[in-house]
Design a protein around this ligand. Structure first.
Ligand code: PYC
Length: 314
C-alpha cells in the first residue's frame, strides 16, 4: 500500500496532509471521518506520525468530504497519540497545501473540523487568516496542587481544544528551558487529570500553556510554551491555544474587540490575532493570522514485511 502526503510547517509546527490513501469513510463529514479513522484505521495515524516516517511534533491532516456543502473540505487532525478537535496551525497548513495543489485560490474558504466550521482567508502573499470556532473562558484562577512544583494557578478555556493557561509561573518561557517547561507542563496536566479538574462536561484538559514576556528580539505581546497531548510542544504559537488566550484576555477586559495581539511561540514565531465579540456573554470569535510553507511531497510505502510499517510504538 502507498500513502501520498504533502508536508508543510506553520511557524515551525509541521502538518502532514494525506492527499491519497485508498481509504474512503462511508459517510461525509469530519466527525464521521474521525470515527472511521479512530475506530477502524488508526494504523494510518500511527504509520504517518510515529517513527520511522514521522516524529512527535507532526500533526496529521486527513482531508475528507464535508457534510456542509459550503465547505471546501473537511479535515481530521491527529498526532502521535490521538485525534484533535481542532488545529489552527494545521488549518493554515491545509489552506497552503490546497493552494499549492491548485484546488483553491486567494479568497475565503470554509473548512469543516470536528470542533465546527472555521473560515480561512487566503491572501495574495500566502498568509492565512482563520476565524475560529466560538471560544470562551470556562474558569478563572483555578488552583491545582502540582507534585514537585506546589500550587499552580491558571485559567481553563476552550479555543477548539481544552487549555489550562498559566501566566508567569514555573520555568522561564524561553527556548533553552524546553526540557524544564515540558516537565512542568506535563506535571500540571497530570495533576489536573488526577484531581478531576476538567473543561465543561468533564472534558479532559489535554493542552497546557504557560506564558511569559517576549524574549529579547521577539516582537510580540507575549511568548508561550504549549504542551500538546503526546508530550510534544507546539513549535508555533498554537492557534487554538491562542484562541483560548484571547478568550481569557477578553473575559478579563485586558484586550478589546478588534485590538491586535501578537502571540509568539517558544521558538519566536508569531501569530497576529484579534477577536470579535459574539452575542452570547463571554463568547468570542478568535481571528488568527499566520503563514505556512510547503516542505515536501512524499509517497510512503507500507511494506507488508516491514515490522514497523505502522510505526514504532510500545
Ligand atoms: O495550532 O491549534 C493549533 C495546534 C493544536 C495542536 C498543535 N497546534
Amino acid at each position: 500500500m502507498t500513502i501520498s502526503v504533502i508536508d508543510s510547517h506553520t511557524g515551525g509546527e509541521p502538518t502532514r496532509a494525506v492527499i491519497d490513501s485508498e481509504l474512503t469513510p462511508p459517510e461525509p463529514g469530519a466527525l464521521a471521518a474521525r470515527d472511521f479513522l479512530s475506530r477502524e484505521h488508526d494504523w494510518l495515524r500511527r504509520a504517518l506520525i510515529l517513527e520511522p516516517r514521522g516524529f512527535e511534533a507532526i500533526v496529521g491532516a486527513y482531508l475528507c468530504k464535508p457534510t456542509d456543502q459550503t465547505c471546501v473540505t473537511g479535515v481530521v487532525f491527529f498526532n502521535n497519540v490521538s485525534y484533535l478537535n481542532g488545529c489552527l496551525h494545521g488549518t493554515i497548513g491545509v489552506v497552503a497545501i490546497l493552494a499549492h495543489t491548485g484546488e483553491i485560490s486567494v479568497g475565503v474558504h470554509r473548512i469543516e473540523t470536528p470542533s465546527g466550521v472555521v473560515t480561512a482567508t487566503l491572501a495574495a502573499d500566502g498568509s492565512v487568516t482563520v476565524n475560529n470556532v466560538p471560544s470562551y473562558r470556562f474558569r478563572e484562577s483555578q488552583e491545582v496542587e502540582v507534585p514537585g512544583h506546589g500550587l499552580v494557578t491558571g485559567d481553563i478555556a476552550w479555543g477548539g481544544n481544552w487549555f489550562f493557561l498559566i501566566q508567569d509561573q514555573g520555568p522561564e518561557v524561553c527556548f533553552s528551558e524546553i526540557e524544564a517547561l515540558t516537565h512542568f507542563t506535563s506535571a500540571v496536566g497530570q495533576a489536573l487529570t488526577e484531581q478531576g479538574i476538567t473543561g465543561a462536561d468533564g472534558e479532559l484538559i489535554d493542552h497546557i500553556e504557560t506564558f511569559g514576556s517576549p524574549n529579547e528580539g521577539v516582537d510580540a505581546d507575549s511568548q508561550n510554551f504549549v504542551l500538546c497531548p503526546g508530550r510534544a510542544y507546539d513549535r508555533s504559537p498554537c492557534g487554538t491555544g491562542t484562541s483560548a488566550k484571547l478568550a481569557c484576555l477578553a473575559a478579563s477586559g485586558k484586550l478589546a474587540e478588534g485590538e491586535l495581539w501578537k502571540q509568539a511561540s517558544i521558538i519566536g514565531t508569531v501569530f497576529e490575532c484579534q477577536f470579535l465579540n459574539l452575542p452570547e456573554e463571554g463568547m468570542i470569535t478568535p481571528i488568527i493570522s499566520g503563514k505556512a510553507h510547503i516542505t515536501g511531497k512524499s509517497t510512503f510505502v507500507l511494506d507488508p514485511e516491514d515490522p514497523f510499517k505502522f510505526g514504532i510504538s510500545p
